[in-house]
Design a protein. Structure first.
Length: 361
């Protein structure tokens, strides 16, 4: 977890939510107990990764039924596995099979493989050389994971065995795959300004593209790569990394997520003299290169405009949008909006600093 002057806070998903594959389960035929669940669960289930507080061993999972907007009001990981999840939940990804979950605990320095009800099946512990893991993406049966030792690790998804590593630079962060290439931001703990590009054909050669100071989030939308970072002045610039390796800034945002061709952008800015936060929302159509300054949300609770957004995720099955907020002390909130922007409900997370949601059906 970075210790920085914090203006805001949201990715969603590095991999596009729309690319997830359903397991085609039926509510009447699927039995969660057959997968080892200790609680009743709906087939329309969502899992929220709660980061928790740094070094407090209180990361966890929130489970809710996304069709009914009902929440299981205890930490799901602890309920299913009998132990706490660990320190600093960093990333969570749904596998390409639509039922396997991969999650990273940065502080506890491990990658875990869970089944579709949150029962842990395998774990890979990162050693001192690789350093603390950060983010991951799956491609053709392998997981590619950034770690603060300066590496991207190639790990077999089936059993979480380490296959190979490649050095990319200090403190790599978000990672995506496009056209059989891996792209990851290299933050250098605030001292770098590059995105590393690795060809998966050999997983050896690394090329670099300059973006902004202290780059962070990377996402692919409509076949285009977009990068967001803290910037030299912590004003959270974002823009497109073009095919020729050049970068073009488009605007400012602190968190984002995508559905289809649309990027949902949140910009949370805090006045550290008064501790007052102001959050604005915009959208960007990646198919037409159109930035809308208008918020996509209708009848949003007034408190959202003064809350720090810590994550945005979209439901790949219906396009609904979930905005997560944090005060870093108490359990976070999750604001549910329909795809047309209509406010539906506020859900209570069962952990501190909810940062990302995955959806199953």
């Amino acid at each position: 977890m970075k210790t920085t002057k914090f203006l805001s806070v949201v990715l969603g998903a590095v991999a596009l939510s729309a690319g997830f594959v359903s397991c085609s389960e039926d509510e009447d035929s699927w039995n969660p107990q057959s997968e080892g669940s200790k609680i009743n669960m709906a087939s329309t289930r969502a899992f929220v990764l709660n980061e928790g507080s740094y070094q407090a061993n209180n990361a966890g999972l929130t489970y809710f039924d996304w069709a009914a907007d009902t929440t299981y009001n205890s930490d799901l990981y602890q309920a299913q596995n009998g132990v706490k999840m660990g320190d600093t939940g960093q990333d969570i990804v749904l596998g390409s099979d639509g039922i396997t979950i991969y999650t990273i605990l940065n502080g506890s320095q491990y990658l875990a493989k869970l089944n579709s009800v949150g029962v842990e099946k395998a774990r890979y512990a990162f050693d001192e050389k690789l350093g603390a893991p950060r983010y991951l993406v799956e491609k053709d049966g392998f997981l590619y994971v950034t770690s603060y030792g300066g590496y991207v690790a190639k790990i077999k998804a089936a059993d979480l065995s380490l296959v190979d590593t490649v050095k990319v630079g200090k403190n790599p962060e978000f990672i995506v795959e496009k056209d059989n290439k891996i792209c990851c931001s290299v933050s250098g703990w605030g001292k770098d300004k590059r995105v590393a590009v690795i060809s998966l054909s050999d997983f050896k050669n690394v090329t670099y593209c300059d973006v902004m100071d202290n780059p962070d989030q990377v996402i692919v939308v409509a076949g285009r790569v977009f990068v967001q970072g803290y910037g030299a002045y912590y004003d959270y610039p974002w823009g497109e990394l073009k095919e020729d390796g050049t970068f073009q800034q488009i605007g400012n945002c602190s968190k984002w997520a995508a559905y289809g061709n649309t990027l949902y952008l949140a910009y949370s800015e805090t006045d550290w003299n008064t501790y007052a936060t102001t959050t604005t929302f915009k959208t960007y159509d990646a198919a037409t290169s159109t930035l809308s300054e208008n918020s996509p949300f209708k009848n949003a609770p007034e408190e959202l405009a003064s809350s720090s957004v810590y994550g945005i995720s979209t439901n790949p099955y219906n396009g609904d949008i979930y905005v997560m907020t944090s005060d870093y002390v108490t359990n976070g909130k999750i604001y549910h909006f329909k795809n047309d922007g209509t406010y539906v409900k506020t859900l209570q997370s069962t952990g501190i600093s909810p940062r990302k949601i995955i959806f199953l059906q």
